[in-house]
Write a protein that binds this ligand. Structure first.
Ligand SMILES: Nc1ncnc2c1ncn2[C@@H]1O[C@H](COP(=O)(O)OP(=O)(O)OP(=O)(O)O)[C@@H](O)[C@H]1O
Length: 257
């Protein structure tokens, strides 16, 4: 069982450009932890580092799981599915299982698959080709695929983007249900601050070289902070991109917590 995730002094650069710099924070088991920040802040880079898809130049990502293997589910930011993809929603979800198609899923795996599809309300269109599903239905299928291995940790990269408000809430309610029923720990990237307010237990605000962890009150209610972080980046202020001071009279130091 996953107890805690600790990120310490993480540093990631691409072609000499520093994307993550001295980033440290912790996530407790069974919480919904949101990552917010402007485009290009390094949010996806952080998730990919946690997943092991990117190797940081420096720093450590530690998962305290009492020596047990940590199963991770991941829903990436974008996933292009051709409309003609000849695979049913059910088979697509089953690809998330250890055996996938080959060898043929065991009775136990089929039972779990059915349970997950009912849980995510994807069983209604289980036989439909995945390419023919609506955006909201597809997102549910992606989530079901990530959940079908009963992950200890679920990483969601803007999985509510492009959904209507009702579908967004349904998706997040589902994630919350997984947290409550199975104790999954969730780290989710989200640009919709209303959703973050409603669902996040803790929040990491990040903007090239500046990081702050907190909660609804200390991050979302701090309008000057949000204004400074978002406006400075959109106006292309180079100083803020290297972790210096930002506009609106705020001085943001690296790794401020
Ligand atoms: N593999 C890579 N090679 C080179 N640069 C990369 C690579 N991956 C990401 N970057 C760069 O790192 C920066 C951060 O990208 P990332 O996708 O992590 O940002 P983000 O905060 O998730 O942005 P968004 O909100 O737009 O999705 C960007 O400038 C991006 O171009």
């Amino acid at each position: 069982m996953l107890r805690q995730i600790q990120i310490s002094d993480l540093q990631v650069s691409f072609n000499g450009e520093e994307i993550l710099k001295d980033l440290s924070f912790g996530v407790s088991a069974g919480e919904m932890f949101a990552i917010i920040g402007p485009n290009g802040a390094g949010k996806s880079t952080l998730l990919k580092s946690i997943l092991g898809l990117i190797r940081p130049q420096h720093g450590k990502i530690t998962m305290n799981s009492e020596g047990k293997k940590v199963v991770v589910g991941y829903v990436p930011q974008s996933r292009v599915i051709d409309e003609e993809t000849p695979i049913s929603a059910r088979d697509f979800v089953s690809l998330g299982q250890i055996s996938g198609f080959f060898p043929w899923p065991s009775m136990r795996e089929r039972k779990i698959l059915k349970e997950i599809m009912i849980f995510t309300d994807t069983d209604r269109f289980a036989n439909k080709p995945v390419g023919k599903l609506s955006g909201g239905e597809r997102q549910r299928v992606f989530l079901a695929q990530a959940l079908v291995r009963h992950p200890d940790l679920l990483l969601l990269d803007e999985s509510t983007a492009n959904l209507d408000p009702n579908a967004q809430a349904q998706m997040m309610d589902l994630v919350k249900k997984a947290v409550k029923e199975w104790g999954v720990t969730v780290i989710f990237i989200c640009h919709d601050l209303q959703l973050v307010r409603k669902y996040a237990d803790h929040i990491l605000l990040m903007s090239r070289g500046y990081y702050k962890t907190g909660n609804e009150q200390t991050i979302l209610d701090d309008h000057d902070l949000l204004k400074a972080v978002y406006q400075t980046v959109t106006s292309g202020n180079e100083e803020s991109r290297t972790g210096g001071s930002v506009s609106a009279g705020l001085s943001l130091s690296a790794s401020q917590r």
